[in-house]
Design a binder for this molecule. Structure first.
Ligand SMILES: [Zn+2]
Length: 311
């Protein structure tokens, strides 16, 4: 069901104690093992109200997790948006001006515009560029199954399938179509480049404890996969379900409406109407079209819905 006044199970908490970091970039903490191995970045709060990553990052820092090999970097990306949290409007502080997860192209980062997100992305740029493997922790407006999101590069699929949790995958053969996400910055956006894996985990509904628990578990799985921590073998992964992103439909008019309330994972037959946007009909481009991340409240100029098909 649509959650207009969601349960706020996870305490936001004050992140000021984490501000200084140790590499000269606020809210970024790096730990070197002194041994050869990959450089892994665990990134939280790309969106200000997606607080599961904050819980996972704090878990690593508060528990004093240190890498056995390679390098571990932990970052809180958009603390300015996080700090704008208002419990009466908990969906409002996803971003301040720009979507911090759509501006990771050279055009935006080197461009003339300014915003809180662009300033932060410019500060984080060397942090993201330095990482071999990136886990970017996100969550969803609606209480739906957790899922991976990643460009359709073999290295990403291999990683996500090996970890197997979440058991649902949203694969992007053509990118997002609405900008460049953090996980496709620089060499991580090149199919055959010398990059490691870079993936998003959508861990569940923003404010639920189960979502924070999932973020912690996926983070530990990720670090264990690359040998940075010792990790007991995990239960056998559930059957994996993979979806291919076909279209990202943007909201063009204030009249954007879904034909019925959608939360994600609803299935449409070919040519069935999914939404209307002013005079335009958004129809299913294929059989078994599965919608993901339908906008809770459509906002002109932002993403309305992802249209996918099962692989
Ligand atoms: Zn997000």
């Amino acid at each position: 069901m649509l959650s207009d006044s969601p349960r706020l199970e996870v305490v936001q908490g004050d992140l000021t104690p984490y501000r200084d970091g140790n590499i000269g970039v606020e809210y970024v903490h790096r730990f070197e093992s002194g041994r050869p191995g990959p450089h892994v970045l665990i990134n939280a709060l790309t969106h200000g109200n997606e607080i599961c990553g904050m819980v996972a990052a704090r878990h690593l820092l508060d528990q004093g997790v240190r890498p056995l090999v390679g390098t571990l970097t932990v970052s809180f990306a958009h603390v300015e948006a996080y700090n704008a949290f208002d419990a009466t409007q908990p969906f409002e502080n996803r971003q301040i001006v720009h979507n911090l997860n759509r501006i990771w192209s050279d055009e935006w980062l080197d461009g003339p515009e300014d915003s809180p997100e662009l300033r932060r992305a410019r500060a984080l740029r060397p942090v993201v560029a330095a990482a071999d493997h990136i886990l970017d922790l996100h969550s969803t407006s609606q209480d739906v199954l957790p899922f991976w999101v990643y460009p359709a590069y073999a290295r990403n699929a291999a990683l996500a399938l090996a970890i197997g949790r979440p058991a649902v995958h949203l694969v992007m053969p053509q990118g997002l179509g609405s900008g460049t996400p953090l996980i496709q910055h620089g060499r991580h956006g090149v199919d055959d480049g010398p990059a490691g894996a870079a993936v998003v985990a959508e861990c569940g509904q923003h404010f639920l404890q189960a979502t924070a628990d999932m973020a912690v578990a996926v983070t530990l799985d990720f670090l264990g996969h690359f040998g940075l921590i010792e990790r007991e073998p995990q239960p056998a992964p559930a059957p994996q379900r993979r979806f291919e992103l076909l279209q990202t439909r943007m909201v063009k008019t204030p009249e954007f409406r879904f034909v019925r309330p959608l939360v994600g994972f609803e299935v449409f037959a070919k040519d069935e109407v999914i939404a209307t946007d002013g005079d335009e009909e958004i129809r299913s481009p294929c059989e078994d079209c599965t919608v993901l991340m339908p906008a809770r409240v459509p906002i002109v100029g932002r993403e309305g819905v992802y249209l996918t098909r099962p692989l």
